[in-house]
Design a protein around this ligand. Structure first.
Ligand code: PLP
Length: 411
């Protein structure tokens, strides 16, 4: 028997959804879990002191922050909590990574960046040209709109030190085969840095299964506050010079000057707990480990998301005037419900201006994936129209959007 997601339960965990507004700009930022907000409040109201002292409240604060880091490490299936670096945003964490890691690189070394990426995983590497490092572009295949592994193989040389690539493009919604890419990159002795921002809200993250060296994502798109995580394989992290004070010479703290945001570290324990609760609620008779709960929870999410994609894509595919920018099918193994499209004879901003008055939040633009939008020739079009859904969206909400689009778009 297939178990379907209990949407009433899901939506109750996100108080903002009660206002009836249709939030479909989730790839920009998702709504926040009450459990996360409660824990942020709990930290600030009951343990807002400096860590590391001998008195009781300071001990509690330290335990909460450590528990937050450990929970995040388990959430992404890292081997060690010391592999998790926290920061204010993915953009900043990747900038810190490129700055520090490049101290191990030499002039003449090469880096490959993928043109489907958000600029956060391009610009920090591009900046290294100032150090004499060559940066090559891995273009998306214009037919499939996917990064082609044969193309990557042609770009890699013995001087390639790192390949930067996205797990899912924030425009296309297509899931890239990260394990295959990582295997190829590692066969050539290079490192892989993956932007997981557009993937993290939709699927369980398993850094060991993907065999990645670096993986980053932002919690404000995964039901939490403006805070972000960088995974770095321990043996690599230990070799990279940090940016903190000299006397801080161990672990992830070397990359967290001023330390982490304590209340967010504790607050984010609400995320794995929510996914585990989902699994427990839907599979009450199964004795699931924490990892299995996270995977089963996201299986439920993926199945529901596939229905959302299918409803919207069926409509869009039925319109002659619409071109989907990304995978045309809803298959959960291929895509998430981040659906972009352009319309003949209408610029993308015109479409969203028509939906705005109906209390539906979608948006148009390049979403900082500027190279992809330029390569696709969509700058003049004002980029794409993007409808980015997550598991708390409902089929009724998709129907509301379709009703407006049906009136707005030419046949
Ligand atoms: C795919 C992708 N990568 C990276 C980022 C940058 O994340 P942050 O705002 O945390 O720097 C974004 C933000 O929109 C994104 O969509």
């Amino acid at each position: 028997m297939t178990v379907s997601l209990d949407l009433d339960f899901v939506r109750r965990q996100f108080p903002a959804l009660a206002d009836g507004y249709v939030y479909m700009d989730n790839a920009g930022g998702s709504q926040t879990l009450k459990s996360v907000v409660d824990r942020i409040g709990e930290y600030l109201l009951t343990s807002d002191v400096q860590l590391g002292a001998t008195y009781r409240v300071s001990q509690t604060a330290g335990e909460r922050v450590a528990a937050g880091e450990a929970a995040m490490a388990r959430y992404i299936n890292a081997v060690d909590p010391g592999e998790v670096v926290m920061g204010s945003s993915t953009s900043l964490l990747l900038k810190i990574l490129s700055w520090t890691l490049s101290q191990k690189f030499r002039a003449g070394d090469e880096i490959i960046v993928c043109h489907g990426d958000h600029e956060a995983n391009i610009a920090p590497w591009q900046d290294l040209t100032a150090k004499g490092i060559a940066v090559k572009s891995w273009l998306m295949d214009p037919e499939t709109l996917e990064p082609d592994l044969d193309d990557l193989e042609k770009l890699i040389t013995p001087r390639t030190r790192l390949v930067a690539v996205h797990h899912i493009s924030n425009i296309l919604g297509t899931i890239n085969p990260i394990r295959k890419i990582a295997d190829l990159v590692h066969r050539h002795g290079a490192l892989i840095c993956v932007d997981g921002v557009a993937y993290a809200p939709h699927r369980a993250i398993d850094v060991q299964a993907m065999d990645v060296d670096f993986y980053a994502f932002s919690f404000y798109k995964v039901y939490g506050p403006h805070y972000a995580l960088l995974y770095a394989r321990k043996e690599l992290l230990d070799q990279i010079p940090g940016i903190n004070f000299d006397f801080i010479d161990k672990g992830a703290y070397r990359f967290q000057p001023g330390n982490v945001n304590f209340e967010f570290a504790w607050g984010m324990t609400g995320l794995p707990d929510y996914i585990k609760q989902l699994a427990a609620r839907h599979f009450p008779d199964e004795d699931l480990s924490e990892r299995q709960s996270i995977e089963r929870g996201f299986d439920l999410i993926a199945a529901h998301e596939e229905q959302l994609s299918a409803r919207l894509l069926d409509f869009l595919n039925s319109r002659q005037s619409v071109r989907i920018i990304g995978h045309p099918s809803a298959d959960r193994n291929k895509r998430v419900p981040t659906v972009s499209f352009v319309v003949d004879s209408m610029n993308s901003d015109t479409v969203t201006l028509a939906t705005d008055p109906h209390n539906i939040g979608i948006r148009f633009g390049d979403f900082y994936a500027k190279r992809l939008i330029a390569d696709l020739g969509l700058i003049q079009k004002q980029g794409v129209v993007r409808v980015s859904m997550v598991h708390y969206n409902t089929l009724e909400e998709v129907d509301r959007l379709i009703e407006i689009l049906d009136r707005t778009l030419p046949e």
